[in-house]
Design a protein around this ligand. Structure first.
Ligand SMILES: CSCCC(=O)C(=O)COP(=O)(O)O
Ligand SMILES: [Mg+2]
Length: 227
């Protein structure tokens, strides 16, 4: 019996184009100015050091770090210091009302209905926990953070690795088999299934098939079907 849901964000409950065409370009545009202004603040300096460690260039200057980060944004790399910095930058955009957190209406209705049925809701996204909370705080539906019990990002590991799901399950008061993982990416679902979670593949473009149970939206999803 499903007692909890662990959901991806981009492509699952949020339109991919909101992330690719709104959030990523905003972060790319603001990144250099943000880093030049804030590089010495502890929470930003920590991410700069992490970038230098990943590229194995301990003496890289700030302009080199900026250039690496811009390449990572272009290539949609899910690298933790990039995702942490994007979250910090998006905060200004949300606070200034430059954009709102997009959610598919069927996803919002589904999450709200599950919450009302006492199903615990968790989020696992490559976007940082800060970025996740901002999206839900400034969502099309107002501040909906209270729907969620907890949030996980790549600090627990990469989404295509089974170990990340083991780590999440260790932190939840549920067995893996009681948790339904929602994602638009088959490799993520494979990793979650290997960790013992139930899976549901969201295929928003409507065409492809999947080795996992799949739907094109949440309209007719019933948790009883996952036994
Ligand atoms: C939390 S909103 C920003 C999403 C993001 O940065 C991203 O990389 C999306 O990854 P996901 O794991 O949600 O598909
Ligand atoms: Mg996704």
């Amino acid at each position: 019996m499903i007692k909890a849901i662990l959901t991806d964000i981009e492509g699952t409950i949020t339109r991919i184009s909101f992330v690719k065409d709104v959030l990523f370009p905003y972060a790319a545009k603001q990144l250099a100015t943000f880093l030049r202004l804030n590089a010495k603040k502890a929470h930003v300096a920590e991410q700069i050091v992490a970038v230098k460690t990943i590229i194995d260039e301990p003496n890289a200057d700030l302009e080199r770090v900026i250039s690496v980060l811009l390449t990572w944004i272009e290539e949609d790399k899910k690298i933790t210091p990039l995702k942490q910095l994007q979250g910090l930058i998006w905060q200004t955009g949300y606070e200034h009302g430059d954009f709102k957190g997009h959610l598919y209406p069927d996803a919002f209705d589904f999450l709200q209905a599950q919450h009302a049925q006492n199903i615990a809701l968790y989020v696992y996204s490559s976007g940082s926990v800060r970025a996740q909370q901002l999206l839900f705080k400034y969502s099309d539906y107002g501040d909906i953070r209270a729907l969620f019990n907890d949030f996980f990002d790549t600090k627990v590991g990469a989404k295509q690795e089974q170990a990340a799901y083991n780590t999440i399950i260790e932190q939840l008061p549920f067995d893996a088999s009681e948790v339904l993982f929602l994602s638009d990416v088959a490799a993520e679902l494979d990793a979650a299934k290997a960790a013992g979670l139930k899976t549901l593949h969201l295929i928003r473009d409507g065409q492809a098939q999947s080795e996992h149970p799949y739907v094109h939206d949440f309209t007719n999803v019933k948790l009883e079907q996952f036994i």
